[in-house]
Design a protein around this ligand. Structure first.
Ligand SMILES: Cc1cc2nc3c(=O)[nH]c(=O)nc-3n(C[C@H](O)[C@H](O)[C@H](O)COP(=O)(O)OP(=O)(O)OC[C@H]3O[C@@H](n4cnc5c(N)ncnc54)[C@H](O)[C@@H]3O)c2cc1C
Length: 558
């Protein structure tokens, strides 16, 4: 058994920012990650991070308003205010730690325009902002002396007398299972993108922490709000950053028409993501697409802008689609990108389970509501990662360890033994995972309806049954990825069930949840969150009012 004051699950931006804040507050901190820290999905973030800096004539209230409008009024305005007020300081402190942000002609930190915002307030490092931030934070975390358990996989959270008291973890190299006891646990395990196929997310984004928090008794909020990004590469679903449109790229249909003028005459290609994705899908469904796609045209940006600011996109389009973006438009389509919902927390990251915090994509604070603005997620991970780390480290100073023993690992060990023994006739995890992803993409994408969502829920429940019988062919202990992928699939199925149930619950269209059978937003009945809670009788749904402070809901046009 290992002991740490604060245990952080996840070494992406949220987890590392939390670790740095907690360790510098003078407590003993450990981070667990199933991959080497800089392979976390934060590393893939391309476009940038938002902040309204006053010396640029910008104001946090304008950032807050754009975020609230972007959320289709489902974001909690108290949490959004905290995030936007603290954004400037967070970006500047990352710069001071060593992030080399791209600069403008006068040598100041440069900004680019991003969707749904009236100001260019997205700070960036070319088109690999996440990588730059993550590497710098990783250095800082190592320098501060945080213990990092690399390639350790969380199996469950330990809850003793109603409080979170640690986690059960498998060391992937040896297959050994350990108990890590902690006075506070911060879940920072990222998103669930791969519950859908295809997705822009890394293969490791399987919603582990969302499912673990849920199983430990923390309610999930706004799970129906799944973001489809407007520009993902045909077929593979690899992301083409919004930064491309921020630099001036256009969207064209099969008639060569910049169709966004019909849907968002003011903001055009830089309307909110849900709006642009719906517009593309409408064009494709009306027969003005090309092979299920529309086109993103970067040609007029010129060689220099492309080389300096979109170099990764140049390579991605060439390597994954055989397209030279300097000479040809890129075939793109809306694709699963981000989960707005997650473990419900307050602005300090606390969940409904004492001792358990959540931050980053696995959490729902809620700052994104029905639709996240591009470049607000990196900001969310840093602001609420730091706040969770600070709050948790303050709290543990007056706390002692709960009486946890190695017996806490017993049920996980039994589950692993069962999976390894399941030999008669059961299928491997792969087919179940693929059918899950395709089902979710078919019925819970840009447009949804009652019948499709019911079909999806029924299918997810059938897959849950099949999952009981899945068989792990590799019986070894060393790096048993067959076993790990099978365990991940269990988390994914729980996440999928909560998404389908929450989506069926919301009887209106708002943000990313657009129902063809109920096309209007209904503030009278649905200006509220959908919570889903695990109970012994299965998932239970509850409503929760949205926090409105200064900004009353209005019609949303771009
Ligand atoms: C391609 C792409 C581009 C993006 N671009 C932008 C952008 O430009 N701007 C923006 O604001 N947002 C962007 N986003 C969104 C943003 O990058 C993510 O929401 C954010 O980085 C998530 O950070 P995180 O710290 O919450 O989780 P992650 O970075 O996903 O880290 C999760 C961590 O949890 C660990 N973990 C998970 N499960 C387990 C387990 N069972 N056991 C042990 N460890 C576990 C992982 O090892 C990992 O270290 C992008 C997303 C993608 C996919």
């Amino acid at each position: 058994m290992f002991d740490h004051d604060v245990l952080i699950i996840g070494a992406g931006l949220a987890g590392m920012r939390a670790a740095l804040a907690a360790q510098t507050n003078g407590v003993d901190v450990a981070v667990v990650s199933k991959v080497h820290p800089v392979r976390s999905h934060s590393n893939a973030a391309q476009g940038g991070i938002n902040a309204a800096l006053t010396d640029r004539g910008d104001d946090w209230r304008d950032h807050a308003y754009d975020t609230i409008k972007g959320s289709d009024y489902l974001g909690d305005q108290d949490a959004i205010s905290v995030m936007c007020q603290e954004a400037g300081q967070e970006v500047i402190s990352m710069e001071h730690m060593g992030v080399i942000f791209s600069r403008d002609d006068q040598g100041r930190l440069g900004t680019r325009a991003f969707g749904g915002q009236r100001q260019a307030r997205t700070f960036f490092v070319a088109d690999f902002t996440g990588q730059a931030l993550l590497h710098v934070l990783h250095e800082q975390v190592l320098k501060a002396g945080v213990r990092v358990y690399e390639e350790w996989f969380i199996l469950s959270l330990i809850v003793e007398e109603g409080e979170c008291a640690g986690a059960v973890v498998m060391e992937m190299r040896s297959g050994d299972v350990h108990v890590i006891r902690a006075k506070a646990v911060i879940m920072a395990s990222g998103g669930l993108g791969r519950v859908f196929e295809p997705s822009t997310n890394a293969l490791i984004c399987t919603g582990d922490g969302i499912a673990l928090g849920y199983r430990a008794g923390a309610p999930l909020m706004d799970q129906e709000m799944v973001q489809y990004h407007p520009t993902t590469l045909k077929g593979s679903g690899v992301l083409i950053t919004e930064g491309a449109r921020g630099e001036g790229a256009y969207l064209l249909n099969s008639e060569g028409d910049r169709f966004m003028k019909t849907y968002a005459p003011n903001m055009m290609e830089l309307a909110s993501r849900d709006v642009v994705s719906r517009s593309e899908q409408t064009e494709i469904d009306a027969g003005r697409g090309i092979d299920g796609c529309v086109l993103l045209d970067c040609r007029h940006l010129g060689e220099q802008v492309i080389r300096e600011k979109l170099s990764q996109i140049l390579e991605i389009a060439r390597d994954f689609a055989g397209v030279d973006i300097r000479k040809e438009p890129i075939p793109i389509q809306p694709g699963m990108h981000y989960q707005m919902g997650g473990i419900k927390t307050d602005v300090n990251g606390l969940t409904a389970v004492p001792g358990l915090y959540a931050a980053g994509e696995c959490a729902c604070v809620s700052v994104h509501g029905g639709n996240r603005l591009g470049a607000n997620s990196l900001l969310d991970t840093l602001v609420f990662g730091r706040r969770s780390g600070q709050h948790a480290s303050d709290q543990v100073k007056q706390k002692s360890f709960a009486s946890v023993t190695d017996a806490s690992a017993d049920s996980d060990l039994a589950n692993i033994r069962r999976l390894l023994k399941n030999d008669d006739g059961g299928e491997m995890f792969g087919r179940v995972r693929q059918e899950l992803g395709q089902t979710m993409d078919k019925h819970l994408a840009v447009y949804r309806n009652q019948q499709g969502m019911e079909e999806a829920l029924a299918k997810v429940r059938e897959l849950k049954e099949r999952y009981r019988q899945v068989r792990v062919q590799d019986k070894g202990k060393t790096f048993n990825t067959n076993l790990i992928f099978t365990l991940e699939l269990g988390y994914m199925l729980d996440c999928a069930e909560t998404i389908a149930m929450s989506a069926l619950e919301r009887k209106e269209s708002r943000g990313a949840h657009t129902r063809t059978d109920m096309p209007d937003r209904d503030d009278e009945n649905w200006l509220k969150h959908v919570l889903v809670k695990a109970t012994p009788d299965g998932p239970q749904i509850e409503p929760l009012p949205v926090v409105i402070t200064d900004w009353e809901p209005q019609a949303r046009v771009y």
